[in-house]
Design a binder for this molecule. Sequence first.
Ligand SMILES: Nc1ncnc2c1ncn2[C@@H]1O[C@H](COP(=O)(O)OP(=O)(O)OP(=O)(O)O)[C@@H](O)[C@H]1O
Length: 587
Amino acid sequence: MSSFLDAFKEEGNYVEDSDIAAELNASSSDEEYLDYVDSHTAKKIKLENNKTVEDSLNLKTLKSNQPEGEILSYHELSKEQSVVYDLIVKGGRNVFFTGPAGSGKTTLLKTIIHGLKVKHDAFEDSKALRVGVTASTGLAAMNLKGLTFHSFLQIGLGTLKAEAIAKNLLSDINFNLVWNSLRVLIIDECSLINSKLFQKLEKVARLVRKNHKPFGGIQLVLVGDFYQLPPIIEDYDILAKIGIVKDKTDYHEFKRKRFAFCSPAWKKCIEFELGLKEVHRQKGDPKFIEYLNQIRLGNVTKEIDQEMQKLTRELSPIEGVEPTYLFPTKFKANNYNLQQMNKIKSRTYRYKAALDGKLKGTNEFAKMVEACMFFKTLDLKVGSQVMLVKNNFPEGVINGTKGVVVGFERVDSSLAEKTSNTKKNTNTENDTITHHLVNPLYGGNLESNIDGEQYYPIVKFLPDPSNPSETKTIIVQEEKFELQDVKTGHALFSMCQIPLIHSWAISIHKSQGQTYNFMKTDLRDTFEFGQCYVALSRVTSRAGLQLLNWHKSFVKANNLVNTFYIGLQDPILISKEETSSESDYDY
Ligand SMILES: Nc1ncnc2c1ncn2[C@@H]1O[C@H](COP(=O)(O)OP(=O)(O)OP(=O)(O)O)[C@@H](O)[C@H]1O
């Protein structure tokens, strides 16, 4: 494995034995990436003077300016969510908020990002970036239409000492501008950042901004769940070699206290450590919420044990759709999908994504391709099990909805022909029609190698497995995912693809943050604290969950995390004065 990958992982990046690893192995340099991206501030939001920030959240027209996915209006937030919102957006406080899987952390964060952008960006003439939207993983960053904090903050691999990183940043006017214009830094999935890196970042912020206040006076919004996947800590030899640890004692202490909340910088910066309690994802199965909350803490009572045993029964396919198999590694998930595809003896419709943007050719671009939910090459056949990876689909079919390809619609304005499961399709086993998707979208821009043969997949979606008669059959067209340069509005990264992925299987890592209603998993294969909890908490109810193996010993939780969570504040108990009083940090 390359030293790049080792160092990348050492910094707390979650890397599985996946294409990312292959990608990074292949890269020969650790060059870091230029220009900050934020697609939202390109379009400035103009508010009428008499509108409050909360009112503005009701303006549906602003939704197009937001990260993909659901944004709630202020009034749709639950009580506890609105307290967190107020502390961050109104109060400008430094907040870490967490909560069980499905408690709405991501949904709330997207709403907060909206509010912060309205607050900081809408009233500024300058195109400077005030709100930095970042995450510790590419996947989470993409979900927010932001960047990894490594890229955004231009800290390289972060293996140098804080003084050296700061010196590099100060010597480059562009980097300096990013840091100095920043008022709020958001880091999603902060549970994957290790304590030493967080400590270093805080010092870099003070040095670069020449401001002695915690994190150089930048408001911090940290989000994550420390009960889910932990930071990866590399072997002693590697860390000693690059000077991250002094000796074995230091290494063991680091390993034990690997979490960002263990660092003195965290204690200095974070004013509020808040725990959301209300779980929205499984609200139709309240008993399951109870069980999951215990499993999260590492507790398996006799009742939970018995109830989970019952879930080892087989779930039959519904309307031809099988439960999605969650694997602990992407490698296993990909293999499983491939095997299932190979079992189908019919023509392949291949869709090659159109990739474009200013960053094309850089490592950053390659990592973005990897992190994007869209496939670079998507092979579909009649019978392929798929999942929609696009939000706000017009017919009410949401991100994560599973379905099966039932045919292909010919793209030909004069002759729209359904080829649904015809003999023509099923007899052409080795035949592949390759489509090269191109930008701009729509209007017959799909290009095929075979003249005149261009097709869109027809998918029968199953929005609710408990109600199989509710299937929706939809022609799925290409979709563009884009990150824009905030200053010019030009695309830095764009990927145009049919927004479907194979859904026979997915890795637990890739499933993090997703909601499924029909899945199975083999917990025997899980190897990390929290992995079992992440897998189980994806599903909306026990009715849609099959366990291939269950033993209570698979459930593990870290004691330090348990202790930290006991000390969290309940947002509901925070007084009105605190939520409305402004932070005394100057920006
Ligand atoms: N205030 C709310 N009212 C109704 N539904 C909500 C609310 N907040 C969140 N949800 C819904 O709950 C589900 C889970 O939300 P979300 O994915 O944001 O949770 P999460 O805490 O980020 O989960 P995970 O830790 O698994 O990533 C989503 O379907 C979301 O739409």
